[in-house]
Ligand binder design. Structure first.
Ligand code: SAH
Length: 476
């Protein structure tokens, strides 16, 4: 196969990054802007040892999955990768991906027999149990720049680049964002606030970050600036107040501006937030709930971006944990303690372990905020902390009946899996954001005496290929 050659191809599947996958003479070819089921002519643009990349030249027979993207920016924005296929097809692809990892990597026969549910989002708008599959994100970060006429604009970076595509709103975020970005840009132009230019590390305004408490309606607006002080802050606050009043008159939910903050980032870096945040108006945080648990969220806190679907997912984890109030539970990779606090309502004791100190501080704070006293948090890597505690005090306090893990994409450390196996809890609940590493870890756990019992799939990030899986394992 050579560069620039033209081939006919049928797209069979999709990668994690939303590229269509087809085969030519047994070799995998990845093609942007295609959908499973497409029959197309493609041009080879890059050839590697075992795979190649192609570009769509002509769509001969479009896939039945295809739809007109609901977002007008879909083709240019680097965010969503699945805007061009229907939501039903997206859920079908996600299910296929999880089941295929479980069987091919995990060696599990007929994994569909364990599948309880594919829990998608709502197609018709928000309900209490399900957010709309479009407007589900509670946090948005808009880079600020200039358009060709010199007006201040917000936008998104085109896929893998740093050129700004002007856009006031993102369909996956809260509709109030459009009012906020317009107010900030208008204010910036009126008071001649300079805009950050990364090439020379000069100019003030870098990003607008918004966080909305979906349950409480509380809003935080954070301006990330390359400087120590924000001029015309009072005027900014005033125009934000006005724009929210306008939104509340027109929109279908009630938003409350609770917090206006600046975050100082003077470095030429890809990281959006700097270390220091200062409050301009109101509080330094907003409040939101996942189920009955209350969370205090500041500009820098980690918080689940889709809290409604998170509730559904963690409720399933709680159900799988099968607690009756007497168990000790480990929550490994506990983050800000969402799962720990959820489980603590039905357990005698929950231990959480998390590697980022700030997240552990938040977890402790959130426990106190909710009057939860049976959750204890450790800082450090789960593989080291738990292994040490368990070895030191064999058969004592730290042995748990139930272990929950919610690792990052790379999955669990082997040392941790070995420790869990020797701890031999009755049940284990594995929450995973990457079915490939989940399936890999399941091989170890099944060899170590656990049996797969149930599987649920949750869509937390619609219009992207990210998929969450919860599985229940029990001792043989
Ligand atoms: N359930 C958590 C989120 C889990 S995301 C919540 O509700 O907040 C995965 C978490 O694992 C992240 O917070 C990450 O910082 C943490 N982490 C990554 N590697 C780790 C390790 N080796 N040991 C413990 N925690 C780790």
């Amino acid at each position: 196969m050579d560069k620039n050659e033209i081939y006919s191809i049928t797209i069979e599947d999709m990668t994690e990054d939303g590229l269509g996958i087809g085969h030519i003479d047994g070799m995998a070819v990845f093609v942007k802007d295609t959908a499973p089921g497409d029959e197309a002519e493609i041009r080879i643009v890059k050839v590697k040892k075992t795979y190649a990349y192609g570009r769509l030249e002509k769509l001969n027979v479009p896939s039945e999955y295809r739809i007109e993207p609901e977002c007008p920016m879909a083709a240019r924005c680097g965010g969503c990768t699945l805007q061009h296929i229907s939501y039903e097809a997206e859920l079908e692809l996600k299910k296929k991906r999880v089941l295929s990892c479980l069987s091919h990597i995990g060696g599990i026969e007929a994994p569909e027999q364990y599948l309880d549910e594919v829990c998608g989002m709502n197609k018709t708008g928000d309900t209490e149990l399900s957010p709309s599959y479009l407007r589900y994100r509670n946090k948005m970060q808009f880079p600020v720049g200039k358009d060709k006429d010199g007006n201040t604009v917000t936008g998104f970076y085109a896929g893998r680049t740093h050129s700004l595509i002007p856009i006031e709103d993102c369909l996956t975020g809260h509709p109030v964002n459009r009012y906020i970005t317009a107010a900030v840009c208008h204010w910036a132009d009126k008071y001649k606030i300079s805009v950050y230019d990364e090439k020379v590390n000069k100019g003030l305004l870098r990003h607008i970050l918004t966080r909305v408490g979906f349950r409480t309606g509380e809003l935080m607006v954070c301006l990330v600036i390359n400087g120590n002080k924000l001029p015309f802050a009072e005027e900014l606050n005033h125009s934000l107040e006005l724009s929210i009043r306008e939104y509340n008159a027109e929109g279908d939910s009630e938003i409350n501006l609770k917090s206006v903050v600046i975050n100082i980032n003077r470095k030429a870096t890809n990281k959006i937030l700097g270390e220091e945040t200062r409050t301009l108006y109101g509080a330094d945080h907003i409040i939101d709930y996942i189920g009955d648990i209350k969370f205090q969220i500041s500009a820098q806190s980690f918080y689940q971006v889709n809290p409604v679907q998170t509730f559904n997912l963690y409720s399933r984890a709680l159900e799988y944990a099968g607690l009756n109030g007497n168990e000790k539970v480990w929550d490994m990779y506990s983050g800000i303690g969402t799962i720990s606090l959820f489980l603590s309502q039905k357990a005698s004791k929950v231990y959480g372990v998390e590697i980022i100190p700030r997240a552990v501080e938040d977890a402790k704070k959130n426990a106190a905020l909710n009057g939860i006293i049976n959750a204890e948090f450790f800082t450090g890597s789960a593989e080291d902390v738990v292994t040490e505690l368990y070895q030191d005090k064999q058969n004592s306090d730290y042995k748990a009946e139930v272990v929950v893990v919610d690792p990052p994409r790379k999955g669990c450390d082997n040392k941790l899996l070995e420790t869990i196996i020797s701890m031999s809890p009755e049940r284990m609940v594995y929450v995973s954001c990457n079915p490939a590493t989940l399936a890999r870890d399941l091989v170890v756990l099944r060899n170590g005496g656990f049996q797969l019992r149930r599987v649920s799939i949750f869509d937390q990030f619609s219009r992207s290929m990210h998929v969450e899986t919860v599985v229940l394992l029990e001792r043989n």
